[in-house]
Structure formats: structure tokens, C-alpha cells
Design a protein around this ligand. Structure first.
Ligand code: 13P
Length: 251
């Protein structure tokens, strides 16, 4: 059985002061809740204070990005050892905003996956198509290419520890979520690729999330699908009440 995972991606929001109040509220709202794994990914500047505030709670810490080199002259970048030292459990890699605005290639995303794993940090690997790719019927092809780049670096013994997130770009921040059936279809397709590459047993252990305008109003329907194992949430993760409702989608 795959434990549901609800991850909040705060993106470029929240100062340290704002982070502290959001985390305190959230810790209270989800106190003791064990049915869902809860991960929050604040901006780098708030990672340390977040780690302190979620110590001994049921909330885990993730970063939104990292660089694939060990250390050195890479101004503005953050390494896996820095994230490990803070105590990050997860790191988001290959978010469509990184791929689009910062021109990250699938090859770089794969290197980041390899680097995160070698530091014991679980990558949440984002894939997804643009609106024109969906409309022209090439959504699966795009997702397949992004996944195949990961296959180059992901060994079968590491595969069960990674998380994939299918985020159709046209559904991100638009209020327009994919239908739960469309999301599940693509996630099943991804799971089949994982089966072919690794094995049925491994593919059944890997969690695949959906992301794109997830909110309290649509979480139940999404989570009722056979293959959706959780959500990667942007906007709704910035409000403690809404995020806690996502975490407790079963109630
Ligand atoms: P929204 O939930 O704001 O659509 O963002 C989704 C996302 O990009 C999470 O990584």
C-alpha cells in the first residue's frame, strides 16, 4: 500500500516572518494526523526555521530545487549537502517553472535526481505537458521523454524511494485542474513506463502525485482514482486551513 503524500510547494512566497506564522498554524491543524505523509517546501531562506518548528511533528521538510554539482563557483546555487545538513527529507526537481523560466533540461533534471539520491534526499520529480502539446495529442510523448531521461540515472534499488509528480502545465495556478480521469490516465501511463523499466513490484511502490489547481473542493475526487497517490500543491498550500483540509482529505 502506498501512503498518500500531500506536498506543499510554496514557490517564491513567504518571508521568514510569514513562514513562521504559517507553519505554527499548520502544525496545530494537522497535529497527530498520521494517515497522510505531509511535506512542506518553503523557499530556501525559510528552510532552517521551518526545520526547527516542525521538529517532533508529523510534518517533513522539502526544498524546491538544488544544483547537481557538489560545491564550488556556482553563484546563487544550493547544493545537496547544504539541504542534507539542514535536514531536508525531500527536494522537488524539474518543476515546470524551472524548466520553462530557467531553461532546465531533462538532462540536468536527471543529474539532480542522481545527486539528491546520493545525499539521501528523496527527489520529487515533476513532469507534464503544455496546453498545445495536450491539444496536439503529444502529451504522452512529452511525459515519456522526461521520464526516460530519469531512467538513465535511476537504478532499480533507488526507484522505490523517489516520487513522481504529474503536473500538466496548463493546470498550474490557473484554477483549471485536469479532470481526475485525465490525471489518472496519465499517471497510469507513467506507472506502466515504470513497470516496463523496472518491475511490476517496484512500480507499485513508487508514489505518483498529481499537481495543478488542487484545492479542498477537488481533492476527494482526485484521491478516489486508482493511481493518484497524493498531490503537489501550490496556491492552496499557502493557507494553513486549506492545506490541512487537503492533508485530511479522507475526513
Ligand atoms: P497550483 O496548485 O497553484 O496550481 O500549483 C501547482 C504546482 O505547480 C505545485 O508544484
Amino acid at each position: 500500500m502506498r501512503k498518500p503524500l500531500i506536498t506543499g510547494n510554496w514557490k517564491m512566497n513567504k518571508t521568514i516572518t510569514e513562514s513562521i506564522s504559517l507553519i505554527k498554524e499548520l502544525v496545530d491543524f494537522v497535529k497527530g494526523y498520521q494517515e497522510t505523509e505531509i511535506v512542506i517546501c518553503p523557499p530556501y531562506t525559510s528552510l532552517w526555521v521551518t526545520k526547527e518548528l516542525i521538529q517532533d511533528t508529523n510534518i517533513l521538510l522539502g526544498a524546491q530545487n538544488m544544483y547537481f554539482q557538489d560545491e564550488g563557483a556556482y553563484t546563487g546555487e544550493i547544493s545537496a549537502s547544504m539541504l542534507q545538513n539542514i535536514g531536508c527529507d525531500y527536494v522537488i526537481v524539474g518543476h515546470s517553472e524551472r524548466r520553462e523560466y530557467f531553461h532546465e533540461s531533462s538532462q540536468e533534471v536527471a543529474w539532480k535526481v542522481r545527486q539528491a539520491l546520493s545525499f539521501g534526499i528523496k527527489p520529487i520529480i515533476c513532469v507534464g505537458e503544455k496546453l498545445e502539446e495536450r491539444e496536439s495529442g503529444s502529451a504522452r510523448e512529452v511525459v515519456k521523454e522526461e521520464i526516460e531521461a530519469i531512467f538513465e540515472v535511476l537504478k532499480s534499488q533507488d526507484a522505490p524511494g523517489v516520487v513522481f509528480a504529474y503536473e500538466p502545465i496548463w493546470a498550474i495556478g490557473t484554477g483549471k485542474s485536469a479532470t481526475s480521469k485525465d490525471a489518472n490516465d496519465m499517471i497510469q501511463y507513467i506507472r506502466n513506463l515504470l513497470k516496463e523499466k523496472y518491475s511490476e513490484k517496484i512500480a507499485e511502490q513508487i508514489r505518483i502525485l498529481y499537481g495543478g489547481s488542487v484545492k479542498p473542493e477537488n481533492i476527494k475526487e482526485l484521491m478516489a482514482e486508482s493511481d493518484i497517490d497524493g498531490a503537489l500543491v501550490g496556491g492552496a498550500s499557502l493557507k494553513a486551513l486549506a492545506f490541512s483540509q487537503l492533508v485530511k482529505f479522507r475526513e
